[in-house]
Design a protein around this ligand. Sequence first.
Ligand SMILES: Nc1ncnc2c1ncn2[C@@H]1O[C@H](COP(=O)(O)OP(=O)(O)OP(=O)(O)O)[C@@H](O)[C@H]1O
Ligand SMILES: [Mg+2]
Length: 372
Amino acid sequence: MANLQSHIHANLLQPGFEFETIFQPNRKQESAFRFRARHINGRRAPKVILCDDARVQPGKICDVRVRNVRKPESRQRGYIEVEFLRQRGFQLDEKIYVEPLQLRKLQALLESGMNILLDGPQGSGKTVLSRKVAEALGMHYVFFNCSAIFEATDFLATLQIRASETGQAETVWMPTDILRALEAAHARPSERYLIFLDEFNRCREMARNGIMPALDSTRKLYNPITGSMLHIPPNVMWIAAINNGSQFTGTTHVDPAQMDRFAPLKMGYPPAEEENRLLAAKYPRASRREIDRIVRAANAIRQDDGLQVDLSMRATEEACLLLEHPNFADVPNDVLPDILKSSFCGRFLGRWDDETTDAGMIWQSIVRTLEI
Ligand SMILES: Nc1ncnc2c1ncn2[C@@H]1O[C@H](COP(=O)(O)OP(=O)(O)OP(=O)(O)O)[C@@H](O)[C@H]1O
Ligand SMILES: [Mg+2]
């Protein structure tokens, strides 16, 4: 047994060798490595394994590669320094659908630590996905809506007027959730933070320039409270979301240099069978047959080239919510058409009974699809 062990270890202690392990935060304050592990493929390692990669999820299996084997030196124990390769078992919860190829891309991008830009029509799951990613990776989640940003400094702090103790008006800097998260990330290097910049193209274009250095290799942001540059630690990752297209009139142009700081990921609506599954799980009292009619009507609208409109999953959810409500349980005739007049047509310009408007054309599509 002793021989077998030593044979295995001799082979392992070579740079380039890959194995799986589980890290824990390294409690040694003065150490240059945030994480430590004790096992190599489930066997006890001859030396402690150390890693300082911010992508490590403590307590979960990951793959690593030996970078260096340090022999014991005077008063210092030997250790195995490894390079982080990937976290095992990345799995989003089943309440979110992501197209399988996009999911592979997402996982690879998350592993690389790159900034990700979710681009998709309204109600296609961008905001929900960002939250699920943080859950799946055990990260602190910071939601930040960019539509309230007017100045470049607003990302980290805003000036507010309040009454002082003597009743005089005074101006104070209020830190934003981003600043609080960055400070927490500095204070707790073994924990990870996902900052989600929602509605990224709904803030003033010039103001958005303020966050550019945070998103490239500079990884710094001007902190108006201290008047100095704040370093973005490696345990912070950025995901942003935009609605891209001329129909989104409240948006501003994200210029190519701003775009270039992100790896884009296109989101679309789930295919019919997946939307059926998601809605049935969320609205268990709604009949499957009626959910299917809602999804068929929605997809006919989304896929109609003449209409050129996006119909949010919020619309199909709203129709299911009404349908399963006790208020509609005793309506004797088919109540769905009436629900869709508000939940679908009501989201667009015009009236359901005016065929010259978007709402009217959508109603016509519903009539054709459901043979009303
Ligand atoms: N792919 C999806 N999987 C599961 N649920 C989804 C998906 N897409 C949308 N939904 C549902 O639709 C609703 C809206 O989703 P979400 O807020 O994430 O949309 P969004 O893409 O961020 O939209 P917007 O561009 O308007 O901000 C959520 O309640 C969610 O339940
Ligand atoms: Mg959103």
